[in-house]
Design a protein around this ligand. Structure first.
Ligand SMILES: C[S@@+](CC[C@H](N)C(=O)[O-])C[C@H]1O[C@@H](n2cnc3c(N)ncnc32)[C@H](O)[C@@H]1O
Length: 542
């Protein structure tokens, strides 16, 4: 585009031009959004999403809260969650299609192949829309972990910098996912991929820690009040330095073995010695340092390199799935250990955290949450969403979670005990979006599950003509009034209940009908539906 002739601009036009230029993005990622508009199937165009529960898939083993599995496109599920779970997710883990051409990233119902000139634009349109939606779901203290490989790493990093802010970037972890070298590789044999990690607001999170060794690794205890310790050599191998160190004052002369170097600076060593934390016994090749469990109990800062030997390789993930379902049930699962490492860092200490994975695939994130809950008696909850491509939701994700919760027999006929937990299964559904009175009424009728999900109240304790009351195991209640005719009967029930509860009242406008509730106003926290839902959808579906 030719540069405009600014000498001919009036003062006010110049000011406008400067304002425009100042606002313009200076740096970042650009893609062709116009030509890569996402089209949803014809039958969901012009519709608004709701959730429908599939009751016969409910799993209950305890009185605790429910985990949720949502079958459907994650764009629609995230839209619903923007109403039900705004600012309530502690950690999101995503494992999106890597857009490698060969692994079936579908866009507008076509596989995007390597020859497609818009392949990066399509992937970015798809990711950016969903990342913007998940950002609103994260708490201020929330973290997001995204698995990715070289194919879209650079694009994703710039996109996340834009959406979450460069200042909220925490790390790009390298995960060694393959333990062998592929001899048939033409250039490099790729054995690593990445996990990009962002905070919703870096200033709101504290130190990050991952658990150090387990206490069994600290076998000694001198009963001196300092607790369990282990003994570590003072030298570290593999450095070609010959080092000589004298504990001359204490008459221990130690010459580091050839090719070793000391782990500690001389001052540190002296302090450790004076504290009685260096020991030497006759016959040892070198003195040793006492390393106390108590000092690492709060954990260690997570490294940005995660080896498959610690968190699992790809092959381990396939094995884990084969143990529960079959080896070929799903071809690209992640190992449970990888997600557990993310969980330990983000929500290790928060036993009631909510974890979201909207590319759930075979359900590894759910499995990892169930294991962590079992280990520390936690009550963390997961929300998984996956489409049902090749029946991944109905035939892989759901049965895997079901078996992990309830127990199963593995391929060697060994019985594996269930980890326990409760699950509700939802499918996305749709109502017409045109804001007619009839459609508003329909949306209210169809919004019951969404409201139950939002309030975490699923047990129907009262229902009458045009109203319902739900509660949960913590004693919380939720009221829904579907029509004016239900108000009086609902109020009578409320008077018996004698406690203040959230009440969603059908209203064609933004008023919550306060005048109708004057006699019970201390018992109700009124919200007009569908307006509170439509306000969220207006922002998303513009
Ligand atoms: C790479 S896999 C995730 C694998 C998962 N981490 C595991 O360990 O099994 C991505 C999954 O996201 C699902 N998916 C892709 N696009 C989706 C969309 N728009 N909405 C919901 N799910 C989607 C695919 O069906 C696939 O199962």
């Amino acid at each position: 585009m030719a540069t405009p002739d600014y000498s001919k601009f009036s003062n006010s036009d110049l000011i406008k031009e400067i304002t425009k230029l100042r606002k313009r993005k200076k740096y970042g990622i650009v893609w062709d959004e116009e030509n890569t508009k996402e089209k949803f199937e014809k039958n969901v165009e012009g519709k608004l999403p709701v959730l429908k529960e599939v009751k016969n898939k409910e799993i209950t083993t305890s009185k605790n809260s429910f985990h949720f599995l949502i079958e459907g496109d994650n764009y629609h599920a995230l839209s619903v969650l923007n109403y039900t779970h705004n600012n309530s997710i502690d950690m999101a883990y995503l494992d999106p299609p890597y857009n490698r051409g060969n692994e079936g990233f579908r866009y507008n119902d076509k596989i995007v192949d390597e020859e497609d000139p818009y392949r990066h634009s399509k992937w970015l349109s798809y990711m950016s829309k969903r990342l913007r939606l998940v950002k609103a779901l994260l708490k201020r203290t929330g973290l997001i972990f995204i698995s990715i490989d070289d194919n879209e790493f650079a694009q994703l990093k710039l996109l996340c910098d834009e959406i979450f802010g460069e200042n909220n970037f925490l790390a790009s972890v390298t995960w060694r996912q393959l333990h062998t070298v592929k001899n048939n590789a033409t250039y490099f044999s790729k054995s690593t991929e990445y996990v990009l990690i962002y905070a919703k607001n870096l200033k709101s999170i504290g130190k990050l820690r991952q658990p150090a060794d387990k206490s069994e690794a600290y076998p000694y205890d001198d009963n001196d009040g300092k607790g369990q310790y282990k003994l570590d050599p003072l030298s570290a191998r593999n450095k070609n330095i010959e080092y000589e160190f004298y504990f001359n004052k204490w008459k221990i002369k130690w010459k580091a073995p050839k090719g070793s170097y000391p782990r500690y600076a001389e001052d540190t060593l002296r302090q450790m010695y004076e504290a009685g934390e260096i020991v030497y016994k006759k016959g040892w090749k070198e003195p040793k340092a006492k390393r106390y469990l108590a000092r690492v109990q709060e954990g260690v800062p997570p490294s940005t390199f995660w080896d498959g030997t610690e968190v699992g390789f790809n092959a381990n993930a396939t094995g884990e799935l084969a143990e529960i379902l079959t080896r070929d049930a799903f071809l690209s699962p992640k190992p449970v250990g990888l997600i557990k490492r993310c969980l330990e860092i983000a929500v290790g200490k928060n036993k009631t955290a909510t974890i979201l994975d909207y590319f759930a695939g075979s359900g590894t994130t759910g499995h990892a949450v169930l294991e962590l809950n079992k280990e520390d008696n936690g009550n963390r909850r997961f929300i998984l969403c996956t489409n049902n491509e090749n029946n991944i939701c109905t035939d892989v994700c759901y049965p895997r979670i079901q078996r992990v919760i309830q127990g199963y027999t593995n391929p060697t006929r060994k019985k594996v005990k269930g980890l326990g937990g409760n699950l509700k299964y939802f499918r996305t559904d749709f109502v017409d979006s045109e804001p007619t009175d009839k459609n508003k009424k329909k949306l209210v009728e169809q919004s019951t599950e969404m409201l139950c999900l939002k309030e975490n109240c699923f047990d129907e304790v009262k229902f009458g003509k045009h109203f319902k009351i739900f509660n949960n195991h913590n004693g919380a209640h939720l009221g829904i009034i579907y029509d004016d005719d239900g108000i009086e009967n609902f109020k009578n029930e409320l008077k018996k209940l004698k406690k203040k509860i959230n009440v969603y009242v059908f209203s064609l406008d933004e008023s919550a009908r306060e005048e109708e509730f004057e006699d019970v106003i201390d018992l109700v926290n009124l919200k007009p539906i569908p307006e509170v839902i439509l306000n969220v959808y207006r922002r998303i579906f513009r």
